[in-house]
Design a binder for this molecule. Structure first.
Ligand SMILES: Nc1ncnc2c1ncn2[C@@H]1O[C@H](COP(=O)(O)OP(=O)(O)O)[C@@H](O)[C@H]1O
Ligand SMILES: CC(C)(COP(=O)(O)O)[C@@H](O)C(=O)NCCC(=O)O
Ligand SMILES: [K+]
Length: 257
C-alpha cells in the first residue's frame, strides 16, 4: 500500500510518498512547494504518482491552505487525515495548557524525535529544535512528557522586522561572525546567535529540571544554517515530521497495510 505524508508550514508544503504506513518505510517520491504553488501539485508532481491508500498530514498554515491542499488530492479516492495535537500520542504526553493549541508540526516533530532517540537505545530527555518560518525549541523529559517549548521568529522574520522598523538596515545577507564588522554580518550573526542562545538556555533548563543531559535534535528547512553556530552537539535530522507522521500513521492505518 502507498502512504502520502504532508507537512504544510507557513512557507512551504513538503510531501513524501512511502511504500507503507510504518516507521522505516521506503520513500518512493518526495517534493517541496512554496504555498503559492500548491495549485500545481495535482497536474504536476502528484500526477505521476501511484494512488495512495492513506494520507496523514500536519498543517499550521490555516484552514484556507488546508482546503487548497485537499482540493489537489481530489485526483485520488483518498480521505484527508490531519493530525490534531492531543493529550498523548505514540509514547508522548502533552504538557501544554491547552494541548490542542500546540502547533501540530511541533507535536509531530516531537513524536519523530522521541522515537529517533529511543531507537538509539537509551531513553533520556530530548530538546527538539525546528528551524522553519518560525523557530521552535521543545523540551521532553526522560519519561516522554513534553514540558513546554519556545517560539522565536525565524531568520527571515527577524530580518523583515528589522528592515521595516529602521531606516538603515536594508542590506544583503551576510556571514555569521563572532565579531561582525559590517551591517550584513551584524544582522545575520545577530539572528543566528539569538536562536543559538535561546536553544542553549532551553538545554540548561532541561538539565536543571531533569538532572540529565538531553539528546539534542534539529530539523526544518533552515536547520543546516544553524548547525555550525550551536553551543552543543546537535544531530540534524532531515525529515523529523515525516518520521513522526509514519509513527502516528502506523497506529491508525498500520494494521491494514
Ligand atoms: N532552498 C530553500 N528554499 C526555501 N527556503 C529555504 C531554503 N533553504 C533554507 N530555507 C529557509 O527555510 C525556511 C523554510 O523552511 P521550512 O521548514 O519549509 O518552513 P515552514 O515549515 O515554516 O514552511 C525559510 O524561511 C528559509 O529561510
Ligand atoms: C509556531 C508555529 C508558527 C511554527 O510554524 P512553522 O515555522 O513551522 O511554519 C506553528 O507551530 C504554530 O502556529 N503553532 C501554534 C501555536 C503554538 O504552538 O503554541
Ligand atoms: K514546519
Amino acid at each position: 500500500m502507498h502512504f502520502l505524508a504532508i507537512d504544510v508550514g507557513n512557507t512551504r508544503l513538503k510531501w513524501a510518498m512511502y511504500d507503507a504506513a510504518q516507521p522505516g518505510a521506503a520513500v518512493l517520491a518526495h517534493g517541496v512547494e512554496f504555498l503559492d504553488n500548491i495549485e500545481r501539485l495535482a497536474e504536476g508532481s502528484w500526477a505521476e504518482l501511484p494512488e495512495p491508500q492513506h494520507m496523514l498530514g500536519c498543517v499550521v498554515a490555516g484552514d484556507v491552505v488546508r482546503r487548497r491542499v485537499q482540493t489537489q488530492m481530489d485526483i485520488w479516492d483518498l480521505a484527508p487525515n490531519w493530525v490534531v495535537s492531543s493529550n498523548a500520542e505514540a509514547g508522548l504526553t502533552n504538557g501544554y495548557d491547552h494541548p490542542s493549541r500546540l502547533g501540530t508540526d511541533r507535536w509531530v516533530a516531537m513524536v519523530g524525535a522521541w522515537h529517533h532517540v529511543l531507537a538509539q537505545g537509551r531513553q533520556r530527555p530530548v530538546v527538539v529544535v525546528m528551524v522553519g518560518t518560525a523557530v521552535t525549541v521543545e523540551a521532553i523529559d526522560a519519561d516522554g512528557k513534553f514540558l513546554g517549548g519556545l517560539i522565536l521568529p525565524g531568520h527571515g522574520i527577524m530580518l523583515k522586522a528589522l528592515e521595516s522598523g529602521t531606516a538603515g538596515l536594508h542590506v544583503p545577507t551576510g556571514e555569521v561572525r563572532p565579531f561582525p564588522t559590517n551591517t550584513s554580518d551584524a544582522l545575520t550573526s545577530g539572528g543566528t546567535y539569538a536562536i543559538a542562545g535561546a536553544v542553549e538556555r532551553m538545554v540548561q533548563h532541561v538539565m536543571a529540571h531533569c538532572g540529565q543531559e538531553p539528546a539534542c535534535v534539529m530539523t526544518g528547512g533552515a536547520g543546516w544554517k544553524m548547525m555550525p553556530s550551536m553551543t552543543r552537539p546537535f544531530e540534524l535530522v532531515e525529515n523529523l515530521i515525516f518520521d513522526g507522521l509514519l509513527h502516528i500513521a502506523h497506529s491508525r492505518f498500520g494494521a491494514k497495510g
